[in-house]
Ligand binder design. Structure first.
Ligand code: NI
Length: 227
């Protein structure tokens, strides 16, 4: 999953190397997956391999102002990341966007388990990508990249040479990385008890049916859990 993630978020690999060269041994706070809310690849299907390995589901969370559902899974042991999977509630989008997504889901193989590292299992035109992007950045992202890791968040408490998030932020800026403040967490959401910063979203070239285009991919995140 790390290889899958850094393939579309190369800055994560560079930052990881900078930190390990400093002597840090990184632990991750959470791994966040994004998908479409459809039986074959929805959050329940994507969670199955993790549940088989011992991750335990917490409460589902819905958003009043976004067509999303999310759930967090507790890891089976210390030093392992939480799993957060969110899915797009496709039925809450416009008929046009729903038709595009239905066309992608119709290309899924009839059998087989949902794996978050299977890559993008459908063909997508750039025009369809743009149509989705005009309505939902989230929908366009899953259409372009598939159901997979969206971002990984380093557990800042696992770092030994940075006293706090501010020290890490200063280090990253000094090394040329642009940072964005994380969205304020909503009460009850999986990120409620987190203090976080993230890099500016990376960009990669993606193949569409007509052209290849450079589009936004993901950020690398740094989280401090308020215990
Ligand atoms: Ni996160």
């Amino acid at each position: 999953m790390w290889r899958d993630y850094t393939a579309i978020t190369p800055q994560a690999e560079r930052i990881h190397r900078l930190l390990t060269q400093r002597g840090e041994i990184l632990c991750n706070d959470h791994i966040a997956l994004r998908t479409f809310g459809a039986p074959a690849i929805g959050l329940t299907a994507l969670a199955q391999p993790f549940e088989a390995l011992g991750w335990r589901a917490g409460d589902h969370h819905c958003y009043a102002d976004k067509p999303l559902r999310a759930c967090a899974w507790r890891p089976p042991g210390p030093g392992m990341p939480q799993l957060v999977i969110s899915e797009l509630v496709v039925g809450e989008l416009s008929p046009t966007a729903q038709a595009v997504i239905d066309g992608l889901l119709a290309q899924l193989p009839a059998t087989g388990e949902a794996w978050a590292t299977a890559g993008r299992p459908w063909q997508l035109s750039h025009a369809a990508y743009e149509a989705l992007a005009a309505e939902s950045e989230y929908a366009a992202w899953v259409a372009a990249f598939g159901a997979r890791v969206h971002h990984i968040a380093v557990d800042v408490a696992s770092l030994s040479t940075f006293p706090d998030l501010a020290a890490l932020t200063a280090f990253l800026i000094e090394h040329g990385f642009a940072l964005d403040p994380a969205e304020p967490a909503r009460p009850g959401s999986p990120s409620q008890h987190l203090e976080q910063v993230r890099t500016r979203v990376d960009a990669v070239t993606v193949g569409f049916t007509e052209i290849s285009a450079r589009i936004p991919s993901c950020y690398y995140e740094f989280a401090r859990r308020c215990r």
